[in-house]
Design a binder for this molecule. Sequence first.
Ligand SMILES: Cc1cc2nc3c(=O)[nH]c(=O)nc-3n(C[C@H](O)[C@H](O)[C@H](O)COP(=O)(O)O)c2cc1C
Length: 318
Amino acid sequence: MKTRITELLGIKYPIFQGAMAWISYAPLVAAVSEAGGLGIIGGTIMTADMLRDEIHKVRDLTDKPFAVNIISLSPWINEILEMLVEEQVLLATYGTGNPRKIIERLKPGGVMSFPVVPTPETAKRAQDDGADGVIVSGMEGGGHVGGLSTMIAVPQARDIVDLPLVAAGGIGDSRGMVAAFALGAEGVQMGTRFICTEEAACHVNAKDFILRSGPTDTLVTGNITGLPVRCLKNRMSLTFHEMETTGKSKEEMAFFGGGKMKQSFQDGDIEDGSVMAGQICGMINDIPKVADLMKNMVTGLGEVLEKVQGVLELNRNN
Ligand SMILES: Cc1cc2nc3c(=O)[nH]c(=O)nc-3n(C[C@H](O)[C@H](O)[C@H](O)COP(=O)(O)O)c2cc1C
């Protein structure tokens, strides 16, 4: 498979494992990269030293390309940017904050930047700021979300941006990958699907909760705090939602929400912790090895394309 993404990053398949704080550590990242995709370390909760250690752990497990995910709001952002250049990391992705500040530091140091953006306009801004590629992320995805679906955001971003473009949000199998290509993407990023793999270093309770959940079992909280997050409905998210709708202050909500991801994904408390996940959870029914998941995605593409062609043929004959 060749797209501008595989060529630019030197990977076999244009499949990114979306960064996930508390989940995408070296074992998952290396497994995805070994299988031909791009593993991404969830570095937003790490200090520069912690992230450097994790980079070394990935390099001990694979010599394939991988990336890191950072956040410009981190108290350690300056040391982190310096360290990424020192370590000559291939690529950084980041979702929140000002991409220009990050690009200005990384680009001259030889580290590429792919901002994660929720709208066509922010994709265009990333291009104007000098990004090397862009990940356009729809609101059906897990974690922090914007207001547009993948179906809307990706083609409209494609229309105004020339950069290599990766689609994220609601992709979990070969059908989603073909759909993303049809919308104009040259690669896909999956988060929720990769949580349910053997190598994802998170608690089995969180994986099982995702397996049991359907597409209507997620909820977006945080619209009021300005950081909307898609997660599974449980006591934590429903309480948070109630706090939002009954006018609790931002401070009270921030205090209530603190530490809740670790509580679920690391400690296994799926009732009172925050289990971020996307609507694709309704299609996830197993916990495979990363290599098998990747193989099925790639080998399934032909069958999906045949089906699409079959539908088109049918229409032509009618
Ligand atoms: C549990 C969880 C944690 C996430 N953490 C991060 C993060 O730390 N940084 C980031 O840029 N995106 C994060 N994301 C978003 C993913 O990288 C990815 O873009 C998203 O999951 C894609 O949608 P999908 O869940 O439908 O596959 C997270 C997503 C989930 C489900």
